[in-house]
Design a binder for this molecule. Structure first.
Ligand code: ADP
Length: 202
């Protein structure tokens, strides 16, 4: 098994790169997807969140009201820390389980973790791939393609690591300032390096 981290700011194109790597044959462990799974009604994380924050975070259909959670923790460090204290350890356990299941295989595993830089040192990887783009361009793309308001996109970005901090951690930088089609050759090159043994397997 070879484990590489993949990160990038919101709107950087991380999901797009992740899909290209998956098409190459990589196994993607997606932190955001795990969070959504753990927050399904009936899951211990969901129950713990309702216990901590009340029924106001449950939508009429019984599922988690993500916007209500976001509103609750926005600008409230204490509540955010409480939320992270519930969610992050559970995500870590689920990720570790998935990694353990792949440990004795030849899999190339991509840990797709938006907060990889913030969680520095928590993940044992053979390298870090950073998808890099000018923050203004990322905002433009989020507004144009994903229905964000500019203010929301900028507010979310402001809560993440800076472009510089991410780049400082990068072993591989994928430049997404061009067209989507320009990502393919960069992922091809990265995949060739992986196959050539450029990264040490765990
Ligand atoms: P992330 O996962 O990093 O938040 P996405 O991969 O979802 O980012 O990309 C954000 C949005 O921008 C998506 O709608 C995606 O299709 C689009 N996008 C990604 N890369 C490019 C690009 N090079 N040119 C134009 N749009 C792009």
């Amino acid at each position: 098994m070879l484990v590489l981290g993949l990160t990038g700011g919101i709107g950087s194109g991380k999901s797009t790169v992740s899909a290209l790597l998956e098409a190459k044959g990589a196994v993607i462990i997606d932190a955001d997807r795990i969070v959504r799974e753990l927050q399904q009604p009936g899951e211990p994380v969901f129950e713990a969140m309702v216990e901590a924050f009340g029924d106001g975070i449950v939508a009429a259909d019984g599922t988690l009201d993500r916007q209500a959670v976001a509103d609750l923790v926005f600008g409230d460090e204490e509540k955010l820390a409480e939320l992270n204290g519930i969610v992050h350890p559970a995500v870590g356990v689920r990720m570790a389980e998935q990694l353990a299941g792949l440990a004795d295989t030849e899999a190339v595993v991509i840990l797709d973790v938006p907060l990889l830089v913030e969680g520095k040192g928590r993940y044992d990887t053979a390298g870090t791939i950073v998808v890099d783009v000018d923050p203004d361009l990322a905002v433009e793309r989020l507004v144009e393609h994903r229905g964000f308001s500019e203010a929301d996109a900028r507010a979310r970005m402001a809560r993440q690591s800076s472009r510089e901090d991410r780049l400082a951690m990068a072993d591989v930088v994928i430049d997404n300032s061009g067209a989507v089609a320009d990502l393919g050759p960069q992922v091809d090159e990265l995949w060739a390096r992986i196959q050539a043994g450029d990264f040490a397997a765990a």
